[in-house]
Design a protein around this ligand. Structure first.
Ligand code: GCB
Length: 599
């Protein structure tokens, strides 16, 4: 992609073709909604549980009330269930704990649309698929429970009262992502913020502001206006004394590189962010942006040129004590502060894009992120429709978080089996990703490492790994796999020459349960601690190890897990219990990370 750039002649301003770095102009939603003029539509919404999917036929979204003596309707949003938005429904009513089906959400809101302004409805996430009706008319459908979507409602809003109804459905299907079964709770609902956004008629819709190439002294800026038009966009980064006007081409986009000799880089543990404002006419959007460079050299991951071993942890977007989805700033604090206490410099956000509060706070805390889409086992790789959905989801994840320098890894899959269809599917995801963003490392987690009795090494045969920047392996030694050799003899020969992250390992223990450290089925803290000691010993024999990420920080809810006394719908692999107590293995991992940090 070679582009002709307009030139603005300040002497310190350097223009260059930002080959293969996309402008984001095809973004499915505007960049940085929290930096816009908006009103939240969060709060209590009226709800109807529609187990047999009758609401559409009854047109409940029209919200009719009897207008004559003969008329009647067998529904009403008034006087019924009220649900919190954002929030999953499962944790709000005991009867909805296992509910998988349709729930209608509805509410009134006031608007005063002005001439010359545009309005958008924005949903941070609706789990899992939905139809949005405004004032009785269908305006949007979306599938995918972990990424945002917007719908422009300019010209569709009433002055004063408006009525919005959303049909939400979380039924698991074979062609969905994730598919029929997965090891976490299938929370349904409007699980993230809902906003009504107002912008001027012309505005900076998308931007991508990042470090320019390898040069730590300049900043690359891509902008795309809402409408194709030649126009001035003012780019300001006051702390770097940058205040430059960029002219968009007739297509409404511009790309420019700005010199920033005093730039301080963002790095793990030292999070430097800058205030950045982009202004076009009446519209200004501000963000906090950090700059860092990523690369791979041999078996090492380089952040700003420095080899960086990833001391990671995973968590689901869940608050165990509430048995519900995390959705707020306070929730992000809870999850991230416990991760930080373990001594991490990275978090693998499992297994889907989590809310923006988590991503933004992690960035402020100087924690590297791995974000992934829920291509989790059981995906129908033969289905072209599923492939298109995966590409869409990936694109939504990238567009939402492209400006977050903390995100260093885009994960395209977790635990897939080699096949032609799988390869083509994953390849299409890498192509989609790299057509949008070439500044991150692309990765995927595999689980087919085996012990080769002849070579006496752990090995993996999956040529697809050559397409990735960093390869990751989930390996549950001591839990799903008994040790074929002692941990100190467990030598790995997996993707030699490439960086390898152990993206999952661990085992289950019930907090407070004590037992034999040699017996797996004791479900004891002692067994789990021993398993951690053994795995840490094994890590010393993985020559290309570039990071480790235990599974998982907290016990989490999962219908996969039905042992009556040890699990009861909980996956107990947490280092921290559902009630927030640290298990013995937490201390083993904490010591290991302290040791790695001091090296
Ligand atoms: C895995 C999956 C993860 C599960 C975990 C487990 O390999 O990637 O989602 O929760 O194992 O606990 O079995």
């Amino acid at each position: 992609m070679n582009r002709i750039f307009s030139f603005f002649a300040a002497s310190f301003m350097l223009l260059s073709a930002l080959a293969s770095e996309a402008s984001g102009k095809d973004s499915p939603f505007m960049t940085n909604v929290y930096g816009r003029d908006f009103q939240f539509l969060n709060g209590k919404w009226n709800a109807i549980v529609d187990l047999y999917d009758q609401g559409e036929k009854m047109k409940v979204y029209e919200n009719r009330t009897p207008q004559s003596d003969e008329e009647f309707y067998e529904y009403s949003f008034e006087g019924g269930l009220r649900l919190n938005v954002p929030g999953d429904w499962n944790s709000q009513l005991p009867e909805l704990k296992y509910y998988e089906g349709t729930v209608w959400y509805a509410r009134h809101f006031d608007a005063s649309p002005d001439q010359g302004e545009r309005q958008y409805l924005y949903f941070g996430a609706v789990s899992f698929r939905c139809k949005v009706y405004l004032n009785g008319k269908l305006i949007k459908e979306h599938e995918g429970g972990f990424t945002p979507f917007e719908v422009e409602v300019t010209g569709k809003l009433n002055e004063g009262d408006n009525f919005i109804a959303v049909q939400v459905n979380n039924r698991r299907t074979e062609d969905a992502i994730p598919a029929l079964a997965f090891d976490w709770w299938n929370y349904g609902g409007i699980t993230r913020d809902v906003m009504l956004i107002t912008v001027p008629d012309q505005y900076v819709r998308d931007y991508f502001v990042r470090l320019s190439g390898q040069d730590a002294k300049s900043v690359a800026v891509s902008v795309a206006l809402a409408r194709p038009q030649e126009a001035d966009v003012l780019v300001e980064i006051p702390e770097l004394k940058i205040s430059e006007t960029v002219r968009t081409g007739a297509d409404g986009t511009a790309e420019v590189t700005l010199k920033a000799p005093k730039l301080k880089l963002w790095r793990p543990g030292d999070a430097k962010l800058y205030d950045v404002t982009l202004t076009c006419g009446e519209s200004a959007v501000s963000d906090r942006i950090g700059f860092r460079h990523l690369a791979v050299s041999g078996t090492e991951i380089l952040v700003n040129g420095e080899p960086t071993f990833m001391r990671s942890i995973s968590f689901h977007e869940e608050i165990p004590q509430r048995k519900g989805r995390a959705f707020s700033q306070a929730d992000a604090h809870m999850l991230l502060s416990e991760a930080e206490a373990l001594g991490v410099n990275m978090i693998r956000l499992a297994h889907y894009p989590q809310n923006e509060y988590i991503v933004r706070l992690a960035e402020e805390m100087g924690i590297v992120l791995w974000e992934e889409i829920p291509i989790w086992q059981g995906i129908d790789f033969e289905d072209e429709g599923t492939k298109a959905k995966a590409q869409g989801m990936l694109s939504e994840m990238l567009h939402r978080d492209m400006n977050r320098c903390a995100v260093c890894f885009w994960g395209v899959a977790n635990e897939t089996k080699p096949s032609e269809a799988r390869n083509a599917f994953l390849m299409s995801l890498l192509e989609t990703g790299r057509s949008i963003d070439t500044t991150r490392l692309y990765t995927a987690a595999f689980d087919l490492v085996y012990f080769n009795e002849e070579t006496r090494h752990f090995e993996m045969d999956d040529p697809f790994t050559a397409n990735l920047d960093v390869v990751a392996v989930n390996k549950y030694m001591g839990w799903y796999h008994p040790w074929p050799v002692s941990p100190c003899e467990a030598v790995w020969d997996v993707v030699p020459g490439q960086p390898l992250i152990i993206s999952e390992f661990g085992g289950e223990a019930l907090y407070g349960q004590h037992g034999d450290r040699n017996i797996t089925s004791s479900w004891s803290e002692e067994y789990q601690a021993r398993l951690y000691e053994d795995n840490i010993e094994m890590f010393r024999h993985i020559p290309n190890l570039a990071g480790v990420s235990p599974w998982i920080l907290f016990d989490f809810r999962s219908p996969y897990r039905f042992h009556p006394t040890n699990q009861e719908d909980w996956n107990r692999k947490g280092l921290v219990s559902d009630q927030g107590y640290r298990k013995q293995a937490w201390y083993i991992m904490h010591d290991y990370y302290s040791e790695l940090k001091s090296r």
